[in-house]
Design a protein around this ligand. Structure first.
Ligand code: NI
Length: 158
C-alpha cells in the first residue's frame, strides 16, 4: 500500500473520459488499496482513479457514519436519481477551495465491487452527493463546472 500523487486542476488527465474495467487484476487490487490510503491521508471522503492518474472507471468512497463500509465502485452507473440538495463541495484535486453545488438528494447506483460482484447502492444526502461527484470525475467533469456561485477559499467559511 502506498500514497499516490493526487493530480490537481490544470492536469489534462482530470478532463479525460475513463475506460471501463473488464477484469480484476492484482495491479487493480493494489490501486484500490493505494486509493484508500491516499484518500484517508488527504482527509478526503472520495477519490476517483483519474485523480491518481489512472483513466479507469473506479472510485472509492468513505463518508463515515452514513456508509456501512468503505465503498469500491467499478464501472458505476446512476440508474435513478431524484430530489435535490444544495451544499458546499470540495475536491482533493482543487485543494483549499469550496463551492456550492446542487445535486440529487437520492440516487441508486449500480456497480461492481472489488471482487467484480454486481452491487446496487441506494444513497441519500452526503453519500448521494459523494457518488455524483466521484462519478463525474470518470467523465472528466469537476464540481467547479457545476457551482452555483463560483469558488471560494475554504478558510473564508465560518
Ligand atoms: Ni473530486
Amino acid at each position: 500500500m502506498a500514497i499516490r500523487n493526487i493530480r490537481t486542476e490544470g492536469d489534462d488527465i482530470l478532463r479525460k473520459k475513463c475506460k471501463e474495467i473488464t477484469q480484476m487484476t492484482d495491479r487493480l487490487q493494489t490501486l484500490i488499496d493505494d486509493m484508500f490510503d491516499t484518500m484517508y491521508d488527504a482527509n478526503g471522503v472520495g477519490l476517483a482513479a483519474p485523480q491518481v492518474g489512472i483513466l479507469k472507471r473506479l472510485v472509492v468512497i468513505d463518508v463515515g457514519v452514513e456508509t456501512p463500509e468503505p465503498l469500491v465502485l467499478i464501472n458505476p452507473v446512476i440508474t435513478e436519481s431524484d430530489g435535490e440538495q444544495t451544499a458546499d463541495e470540495g475536491c482533493l484535486s482543487l485543494p483549499g477551495l469550496l463551492g456550492e453545488v446542487t445535486r440529487p438528494n437520492h440516487v441508486i447506483c449500480k456497480a461492481f465491487d472489488r471482487n467484480m460482484e454486481e452491487i446496487t447502492i441506494e444513497a441519500e444526502g452526503i453519500l448521494a452527493r459523494a457518488i455524483c461527484h466521484e462519478l463525474d470525475h470518470l467523465d472528466g467533469i469537476l464540481y467547479k463546472d457545476k457551482v452555483n456561485d463560483g469558488l471560494y477559499r475554504a478558510e473564508q467559511k465560518g
